[in-house]
Design a protein around this ligand. Sequence first.
Ligand code: NAP
Length: 348
Amino acid sequence: MEYAHLTAQTIASPNGCADIRRAHDIAHRRLLDADSGHPPLAVNARSGSCRTRVQGRRMMSLNVAVLGLGIMGAGMAHQLVSAGHRVTVWNRTAARAEPLVAAGASLADTPAQAARDADFVIAMVADNHASRDVWLGADGALAAMKRGSVAIDCSTLDPDWVAELGAAMSEADVKFVEAPVTGSKAQAESGTLRFFVGAEESALTAAQPVLDVMGTEAIRLGPVGSGAVMKLANNFLSGLQAAAFAEALALIEAHGLDATLAADILRNGSPGSPMIGLMADRMLARDYTPNFLIPLMAKDLGYAERLMEATGIRSQLAGAARARFQDAADAGLGDRDISAVVERTRVG
Ligand code: NAP
C-alpha cells in the first residue's frame, strides 16, 4: 500500500485561505519535481481547514459502494473505478449500471447488498425521497453497513431530511458526511467536483480519501445540515440567474436585436456571471443536452423556498424561479437541461 501525501499546510498563509492557490501551485511543482515530471493523480485543496493536499501517484485501494448512477453518480463512480478502487454499484434502474460493470464495477441487487462489505457508501440520487429510500427503505443501505464505516450523501437535499438522516447514522454508529456538490456532468466525469460538507471534522477526515478521487475541494461549512444550506443558497442564485436570463433573452429576441451581440453585452457587463455565460451559450445554440435536468432545479428551488420560509425570510424570488422551472417540467421539458427553460419564455 502506498499513500503518498505532500502537504502544503506549512506553505499556506497564516491569514487563512487567501494564498491557498499559491501554496497549491508550489506543492504541485514540488510533487512534479519529486515524481519525474508526471502529474499527480489528483490535486486537492481543503479550504475549510485552509489546508492543501497533494496526493501521490498511487493510493490504497478503497472498498466503495455507489448508490445512484444518474448523470452525476455515473461520472463519480467511473472516477472511482478508473482510480483502481473496488467499487460496487446499485441503481434503481439496473440497465443504467451496464457501462460501470463493463468498466470493472460489481453490480448489487439492492442498496443493502452494495453496502454490506463497503468501507464507504456514497449516495447520489434525485431528492429527499430517493435518499430516504436508498438509506432507510426496504433493503436500504444503512441497516447493512459496518459499524465505523463512512456514509456520504452527495445528493442535493433539504437540511431537515439531512438532520434526520444524520441522527439515524449516529444511532447505527456510522460516520456521516453530507457532501452536496457544485459542478455538473463534466466535473463529475473528470473528478473536479467541489463538495459543500456538513459533518464532524473526524467524519470528514475519514471520508477525505474518497472525496479526493471525485473532486478538487471539500469545503467544510459546519455540522451536518450546513452543506445542504450552502447548496440551496448556491442553487437558489443559480436557478434565479438561469430563469432571469431566459426572460431577458426572450425580450431581446422579440425586439429583433442581434441576440449574440446582446448576450455578449450582458455576459461581459455587470449582470455577467459564469451561470449567465453558460446559459447564453446554451440558449443561443438551443443546446438542451442534459447536464442538469429541469425537474431537479425545480426541486432545489422548492427546497430553498421552504427553507427560507422556515427561517423567517419572506422570499419573493425562490418561488418565482421555482414556478418557472416547474412550468417547463409540466410542459414536457423534464428530460432537458435547465437551459431549455427559455423555450417557455420565447415569444412565438
Ligand atoms: P439524474 O440523472 O436524474 O439521476 C437521478 C438518480 O436518482 C438516478 O440514479 C435515479 O435512478 C435515482 N433515483 C430517483 N428516485 C429514486 C428513488 N426513489 N429510489 C432510488 N433511486 C432513485 O440526476 P443527477 O443529475 O445525477 O443528480 C443527482 C443529484 O445531484 C440530485 O440531487 C441533483 O440535484 C444533484 N446535482 C446535480 C447536478 C447536475 O448538474 N446534474 C449538479 C449538482 C448536484 P433511476 O436511474 O432508476 O431513475
